[in-house]
Design a binder for this molecule. Structure first.
Ligand SMILES: [Fe+2]
Length: 556
């Protein structure tokens, strides 16, 4: 007998090592059935939010009552003795269960020959739940020893359940923290990436890639407003081809759409079940037709004005969760600031380019005979530079150098520039000063610092016979060697009061003959391979290719 009791205690103690809730309840119930002679056991857990005992597991309950048990929580507020058990943390003995107030009338017939015992499951002085056990009335009533034994089992089961819950909660908390940490890191990465870029395209691309990393969705699109019209400026579909209206460059109507509402109200707008909306706007209708079930639209606000919308869509219905909405609002705010910075930078840059162009126009205004020379030199020099494989950033400097190479002629007497004859030997020294004067004019402009060497040395010769410093070969700055070839070519093909312009063919021949003496041979070679085929017979450049300076300015 003592052996059996010790075995039983050992089994009760082993409840704490079980890691599955069903195992704990089943093992506890079997122990109770064997030791306390119960017919069945029902376990309820106390739900603090709902303030009720929620059905958890049943053992030994007849099948026809299982659904009733599962669907019937017990409310302490409605059943005084349950409330008393919750407060006093003491067991309840209900000898005549069928007549008890706390019993659902549907159970009464079933309980008519049973005695009930309700034992609270207590862990650290908190009621975790309760165990109801039933014994047939024909058996001896529950004794104090028997009740204590069941309480002991219930306590052990409660501790085990509590450990499991704690483990699950800790695991869940750890997973959530890891997710949040990843989200914060990604947000920070997006912020750094888009804040460090002044290119709108790069900002949008980085933002979309970041969003796709942290929020599962089918569609990410950025819509921007321009003079009352809305354009997709960037978009990405996770699977398949996007609806054509969502492709970058598309102009679309936002009327009666989630994106339109977000833009008009300046607040995030979401739709959880797009398919159920009776009369969606055109955009939402197209997206619903493409299988999108959920939408989230966050306005892009800059200087208190909506400038666009960040739109997310997903094929899964049910909407984006609160954390995702929060993240998207943060990213939308970052995009707005970065786009505004990029716009301000582009405005400043445009002002700079226009100022440089105005300076070049000032040279042309002084001498009608050289009208357009600066711009043509700019274009030819840029084409040579690209043919040489020079980076686009440096090509831009060469363009500016080409445009401003003769700016120093502003300081030369107009009479000399306008002279109908070729300049005499006596008149040449003042004219030779124009590179130096050009540098003097432009040197106060910090942004032009890098192009000054090209302006100063564009009349050097490869053989060292040029001016102002008589530099030789590769001692002459590369930009200056390029501008020199472009300058000489355009001067040769242009009409002057004292001569008719050469044909392109003849001017190219002169360049080739001068390669190695007057000109850098590699620059001349690149002129012949990269520029010559784009010239008219008179030596004028054919319209610029896509991606050139002119088309770039138009895009801006
Ligand atoms: Fe010059």
């Amino acid at each position: 007998m003592q052996d059996a009791f010790a075995k039983m205690l050992q089994r009760v103690g082993s409840l704490g090592s079980l890691s599955d809730l069903d195992d704990v309840i089943r093992t506890s119930s079997i122990l109770m059935k064997n030791t306390a002679n119960i017919r069945w056991a029902l376990v309820y857990f106390f739900d603090r939010e709902r303030h009720n005992f929620t059905p958890a597991r049943g053992y030994g309950l007849p099948q026809r009552y299982v659904r009733l048990f599962e669907n019937t929580p017990l409310h302490p507020d409605k059943v005084p003795i349950l409330r008393s058990m919750l407060l006093k943390k003491q067991h309840l003995l209900i000898p005549d269960a069928a007549e008890s107030d706390m019993v659902n009338p549907a159970y009464r017939k079933f309980l008519s020959d049973l005695t009930l015992l309700a034992v609270p499951m207590i862990v650290r002085n908190h009621v975790l739940g309760t165990v109801f056990v039933a014994r047939h009335k024909s058996l001896p009533p529950f004794t104090e020893k028997g009740i204590n034994l069941i309480k002991y089992m219930a306590s052990n089961a409660a501790i085990s359940v509590s450990h499991m819950r704690l483990y699950d909660e800790t695991l869940e908390t750890a997973i959530n923290l890891a997710k949040r940490f990843d989200t914060i890191l990604t947000l920070d990465e997006i912020n750094k990436a888009i804040s460090s870029s002044l290119s709108s395209e790069k900002i949008l691309e980085t933002a979309i890639q970041g969003i796709e990393r942290i929020i599962p969705c089918t569609l990410v699109a950025i819509i921007q407003e321009e003079k009352g019209r809305f354009f997709i400026t960037a978009s990405h579909w996770k699977d398949g081809e996007p609806a054509s209206v969502m492709k970058p460059g598309s102009c679309l109507s936002l009327k009666n759409s989630a994106a339109g509402n977000a833009f008009a109200k300046g607040k995030t707008c979401s739709i959880d079940a797009l398919g159920t909306i009776q009369r969606p706007g055109r955009l939402d209708g197209i997206l619903a037709g493409a299988g999108i079930a959920t939408l989230l639209a966050a306005p892009l606000i800059s200087r208190e004005q909506a400038k666009g919308v960040l739109l997310l869509g997903d094929r899964q219905p049910g909407g984006f969760v609160r954390d995702e909405t929060f993240v998207i609002e943060k990213i939308a705010a970052q995009i707005s600031v970065a786009l505004e910075n990029a716009r301000l930078y582009e405005d400043m840059r445009s002002l700079f380019i226009n100022t440089v162009t105005s300076l070049a126009n000032a040279i042309d205004a002084k001498s009608p005979w050289t009208k357009g020379h600066s711009e043509r030199v700019m274009k030819i020099a840029a084409d040579i530079a690209r043919e040489m494989g020079i980076s686009e950033e440096n090509v831009e400097q060469i363009e500016i150098a080409g445009l401003l190479h003769d700016i120093g002629k502003i300081g030369i007497l107009e009479a000399l520039l306008e002279k109908p004859e070729k300049i005499s030997d006596e008149e040449f020294p003042p004219m030779r000063l124009h590179p130096e004067k050009g540098v003097a004019i432009l040197s106060p402009i910090e942004q032009l610092e890098d192009v000054l060497p090209a302006i100063f040395h564009h009349h050097e010769r490869y053989d060292g016979e040029g001016y102002p410093d008589g530099l030789k070969g590769e001692d002459i700055p590369l930009q200056a060697r390029i501008v020199a070839v472009a300058d000489a070519f355009d001067a040769m093909v242009s009409d002057r009061p004292y001569k008719k312009g050469f044909s392109a063919k003849r001017a190219v021949k002169v360049l080739e003959n001068g390669a190695g003496s007057q000109f850098d041979p590699f620059v001349v070679k690149c002129f012949c391979t990269g520029v010559a085929h784009k010239l008219t017979a008179e030596g004028k450049l054919l319209p610029a290719r896509p991606g050139g300076r002119q088309s770039a300015q138009k895009r801006r």
